[in-house]
Each structure stands twice: as structure tokens, then as C-alpha cells.
Design a protein around this ligand. Structure first.
Ligand SMILES: Nc1ncnc2c1ncn2[C@@H]1O[C@H](COP(=O)(O)OP(=O)(O)OP(=O)(O)O)[C@@H](O)[C@H]1O
Length: 270
């Protein structure tokens, strides 16, 4: 079951702009296991939403469902007003997986030229492509390495090339799967500053996963996950206040304890 709503620029329903993402009773099977179970949440436009939770809780699976590459998805999942995976969404979403997707035998600029040519083909678009590539390289602060072979870059620099590829075409929604993993504190800070610039300057929506709880404090909103379910969908401040916690990490642990206690109560009542 996938609902359909017209996107911007299409036959208008006259209603308000839909959220960047809306899920209702969203379930995903991997093999025969239910790895996402009845999720319901919305992701607002123009903000950074953090998707946080321990390893294996289903963050990557949820991101794959959102970008339309995950099989066995049931329930409602709308992205920018369209059902997830709709062909019209391809150029409106940028997706960065955990493994950097770059060609080692091409330079940074050649990598971007290649992906730009797929996104925006044809001779007539050559000037636009060149400008787009130069902007994306500058956005991720790699102008000084534009002519370096990707294979000679550090892990953090390669991650930034992947991010630059996702920024081509100025997508409305960026889905970034653990983009800061393995980066040193300075690079992590710089990348988060870049995410905020992208949201503020372009009004883009960012969904960023992490299992490092201190990154939660950098997000406008949080989706906290555990074992295939959403534990909380709120701002960091509201979460801390609601749970009487000093940090989002403490709030998360508080919510886990609550969920475990509720589970025990249910078991005992049976
Ligand atoms: N190809 C697969 N086939 C079957 N089950 C899978 C497959 N890939 C992942 N899973 C299972 O789905 C669940 C969710 O995995 P997922 O990769 O979405 O978690 P995650 O929160 O992104 O983890 P991490 O932070 O370690 O990347 C896990 O229990 C995992 O074992």
C-alpha cells in the first residue's frame, strides 16, 4: 500500500505543502524478519533531522526505504509529497551511503563531472554542469584537491567527495547515512557546519543518521530508534525537558528504560 499525493509543480490539491517525509504504519521485512515495525513519523522541510539509535536498530533500512531502494516495504511512506521510490523523486533526493561511492582512478572533479553528466546530460547543459560541479566541490571544501586522484585522498576526504556528488543538482532532500563515521572531531564539526549552511541557505531538508549521541545536539529534530521502532520524535530540547535529562544520550537511555519497563508490564499482564 503506497499513497499518492501530487508534488510541487504538479496538479495542486490546494492544500499545504506536505512534509519532506511522512510515514504511517511503515513496516519493512528483511528476509523473513520484520526489521521496521509500524513506524509513524514526519520529517519537516528545511531542517536537519537526526536519525539516531544503536547499531542494527534499522537506520540504514529506513533510509533505503525513503530513497526507494528497499524491498518489502508496506504501509505509507511519502517523500516530498510522492510515494517513496517514485521516478520523479530521483533528481530531488541526494543519498550518501556508508561506503563512499567514488572512482579511485578519477580525480575529484572527474568523479563529479561523471555523475553530473548522468544527472544533467547533453551539450546544452555543459556550462550549467561545470558551475554545479565547481559549486559542489567548494561546498565540501575540496577546491584545493579538485585535481587529486580520489584513490589518494584520506577517508574523510573521500566521504566528502560522496557528499559533493549528492549535492549536485541542489536536491531538496539529502539522506546521509552516518556521514561523520571515522572522522576526527574537527572534520565532524566542519561537516555539521556545512549541513547547517545547506539547510539555512538552500532550505534543503537533511536526514542524517548517526549512532553518536553527541551529534544529536546539532539537529533541529530527532528520531530516536531502537529495535525497529521509533522511541521518540521531538526536538533535542523537548526530549531533554520531557525526560528531565541533561543530555540527549541520558534522555535516550531514560526512554529505553521506559520501553523495557512497559514491555515487562505487558508480558506480566498476559
Ligand atoms: N541484507 C540483509 N538481510 C537480512 N537482514 C538484514 C540485512 N541487512 C541488514 N539486516 C538486518 O536488519 C536490521 C537493521 O539493519 P540496519 O543496517 O538497517 O541497521 P542500522 O541501524 O543502520 O545499523 P548500523 O548503525 O550498524 O549501520 C539488523 O538487525 C540487520 O541484521
Amino acid at each position: 500500500m503506497m499513497n499518492y499525493l501530487p508534488g510541487p509543480g504538479e496538479t495542486d490539491t490546494g492544500g499545504p505543502t506536505p512534509p519532506a517525509i511522512r510515514a504511517e504504519a511503515l513496516t519493512v521485512l528483511r528476509g523473513s524478519r520484520s526489521v521496521l515495525r509500524g513506524l509513524g513519523f514526519t520529517v519537516p522541510r528545511g531542517q536537519i533531522t537526526g536519525l539516531l539509535g544503536p547499531s542494527g536498530c534499522g537506520k540504514s533500512t529506513l533510509m533505503r526505504a525513503i530513497v526507494g531502494t528497499q524491498a518489502k516495504v508496506t504501509g505509507t511512506l511519502e517523500v516530498l509529497g510522492r510515494p517513496a521510490g517514485h521516478p520523479a523523486l530521483r533528481t530531488r533526493i541526494g543519498y550518501v551511503t556508508q561506503a563512499a561511492s567514488v572512482y579511485d582512478d578519477l580525480t575529484v572533479r572527474q568523479n563529479l563531472d561523471y555523475f553530473a553528466a548522468i544527472l544533467d546530460p547533453g551539450r546544452a547543459a555543459a556550462d550549467r554542469r561545470r558551475a554545479d560541479v565547481t559549486r559542489a566541490i567548494a561546498d565540501v571544501d575540496l577546491a584545493s584537491h579538485a585535481d587529486a586522484l580520489a584513490g589518494n585522498l584520506s577517508g574523510g576526504q573521500r566521504n566528502r567527495v560522496s557528499l559533493a556528488v549528492a549535492l549536485l543538482g541542489a536536491p531538496e532532500l539529502l539522506v546521509l547515512d552516518e556521514p561523520t563515521v571515522g572522522l576526527d572531531p574537527v572534520l565532524r564539526r566542519d561537516l555539521w557546519n556545512l549541513f547547517h549552511r545547506i539547510a539555512a541557505d538552500r532550505g534543503a531538508t537533511l536526514l542524517v543518521s548517526s549512532h553518536v549521541m553527541d551529534e544529536a545536539e546539532r539537529c533541529h529534530r530527532l528520531l530516536l530508534m531502537r529495535e525497529g521502532e521509533i522511541l521518540a520524535d521531538d526536538s533535542p530540547e523537548a526530549l531533554r525537558t520531557r525526560t528531565g535529562s541533561e543530555t540527549v544520550e541520558a534522555a535516550f537511555l531514560h526512554l529505553v528504560d521506559e520501553a523495557v519497563a512497559a514491555g515487562h508490564t505487558k508480558e506480566t499482564a498476559r
